[in-house]
Design a protein around this ligand. Sequence first.
Ligand SMILES: C[S@@+](CC[C@H](N)C(=O)[O-])C[C@H]1O[C@@H](n2cnc3c(N)ncnc32)[C@H](O)[C@@H]1O
Length: 235
Amino acid sequence: MGVLEDKANARLFYKYLSKVYDRINQFIWTEAMRDDALEWFAIEADDRVLDVGCGTGFATEGLLQYTDDVHGLDQSRHQMEKAFAKFGTRDRVRFYRGDAERLPFADDAFDKVWSSGSIEYWPNPVDALAEFRRVVKPGGRVLVVGPDYPDNPLFQRLADAIMLFYDESEAQRMFEKAGFVDIEHHIQQNAPGTPRAITTIARAPAADEADGAVAANAAAGDADDAPDSEVDAEA
Ligand SMILES: C[S@@+](CC[C@H](N)C(=O)[O-])C[C@H]1O[C@@H](n2cnc3c(N)ncnc32)[C@H](O)[C@@H]1O
């Protein structure tokens, strides 16, 4: 597990990165990449959308182009303060401080759940994806952007030491394990040689197909890789 796949370490990291996040981020996870992902996600004007790991609000801003009902959650106070400066604390967006792996929302609370650039910090990503499935309405869609696994063995070793990088087959396994169906993956990149993102869009089964999908995914999954739960200590 990478050093930043520890919630307290990630919070400390973002205490400092929040100061320059918007200046650095634009070269890696660009507005054009975000806008492509938003288009694939096909948000409707009356959708209630949750942005998990909303950070400084870069993706939140894109979501607001589609719907007025946007909710942002992040575990870093410092990142969220940057978002507050852009959107206010309770004007255009409802913000929550919390953990992706234990979402403070009722079942079926959202039409769509979005998360960009956050999964790589979650120690138990399948737990978080299962939470996404719980809070999204049956038949609702989720979109998750994370870092694609590098090809170069040296970068692979470095990547593994820092955080979660994953490929399409691992993304497929995680989303199936969390009970999603109709899973599709897109590889995104700003320019040749820059880091690639893997963007996965999936659908929660509708009420009448839910039991079948979970049984099929459980049968396809590995019995040994049940996700661990962890109790998060506040930094
Ligand atoms: C790279 S930033 C992404 C911000 C934004 N979504 C974007 O698209 O630019 C990652 C964010 O995930 C948040 N994060 C990391 N682990 C988290 C967790 N377990 N629960 C909630 N937020 C988390 C961090 O605090 C940080 O703000």
